[in-house]
Design a protein around this ligand. Structure first.
Ligand code: S3P
Length: 174
C-alpha cells in the first residue's frame, strides 16, 4: 500500500469519475485533481485535439509523465483518471485504487441522458464507435477488477451516494 494517502479513481469512460470526485470534495477534506485536466492544461489543447494531432501514443506518454509526478509528489489527494490511465505501471504506489464499476449499457445510457450528451460523446475519441468501445470495455473490465482495492457499483446511484460509499470504504485503509 502507498504511503501517499491518495485515492485514485479508475473506471471506464463516462462512468462518472469526475462527478463523483467533485461530490467527494464537497463532503470531505480531499482536494481533487484529474489526469485528463492536467494533460489538457499542460498542452493547452483538448484531449480530442491531442488524439487527432499528436496521436494516442503521444497521449499515453503524457499519462506516463503525469503518473510519475503523482507517485513522486502528490499526497492526500483524490485523483480521477482517464479510462486508460490504469495501465500505468505501479498505480498502487500512487494510492488506494477505487474502481467505479457499471455495465457498459448503463454507462452509455448515463452519458446519453446528460444535458451535454453530444459534447460528452464528442470529446471522447474512443467512444466515437460504440461497437469498438464495447470491445474495449470487455477487455478492460477484468483488468480494472484485478487492480482495484475497492469496487463501487455506481449503477443507478447518485454521485452523492457513491461519494458517501467511497468515503466509508476508503476510511478502512486510513
Ligand atoms: C480514455 C478515456 C478518457 C481520456 C481519453 C482516453 C480511455 O477519459 O483519457 O479520451 O482510454 O479510456 P475519461 O475516462 O474521463 O473519459
Amino acid at each position: 500500500m502507498s504511503s501517499h494517502n491518495n485515492v485514485i479513481l479508475i473506471g471506464f469512460m463516462g462512468v462518472g469519475k469526475g462527478s463523483i470526485a467533485r461530490e467527494v470534495t464537497k463532503h470531505s477534506d480531499y482536494l481533487a485533481i484529474d489526469t485528463d485536466d492536467l494533460i489538457e492544461s499542460m498542452q493547452n489543447k483538448s484531449i480530442k485535439k491531442i488524439f487527432e494531432e499528436d496521436g494516442e501514443s503521444y497521449f499515453r506518454d503524457l499519462e506516463k509523465k503525469v503518473s510519475l509526478w503523482l507517485s513522486s509528489s502528490v499526497k492526500n489527494t483524490l485523483i480521477s483518471t482517464g479510462g486508460g490511465f490504469y495501465k500505468q505501471k505501479k498505480l498502487k504506489n500512487i494510492g488506494i485504487v477505487v474502481l467505479l464499476d457499471s455495465p457498459f449499457e448503463s454507462i452509455i445510457k448515463r452519458i446519453k441522458k446528460h444535458p451535454n450528451a453530444i459534447r460528452k460523446l464528442k470529446k471522447r475519441p474512443l467512444l466515437s464507435d460504440l461497437k469498438k468501445a464495447k470491445e474495449l470495455y470487455d477487455l478492460r473490465r477484468p483488468e480494472y477488477l484485478k487492480l482495484a482495492d475497492v469496487v463501487i457499483d455506481v449503477t443507478n446511484k447518485s454521485a452523492f451516494d457513491c461519494a458517501k460509499e467511497l468515503l466509508k470504504k476508503v476510511k478502512k485503509y486510513g
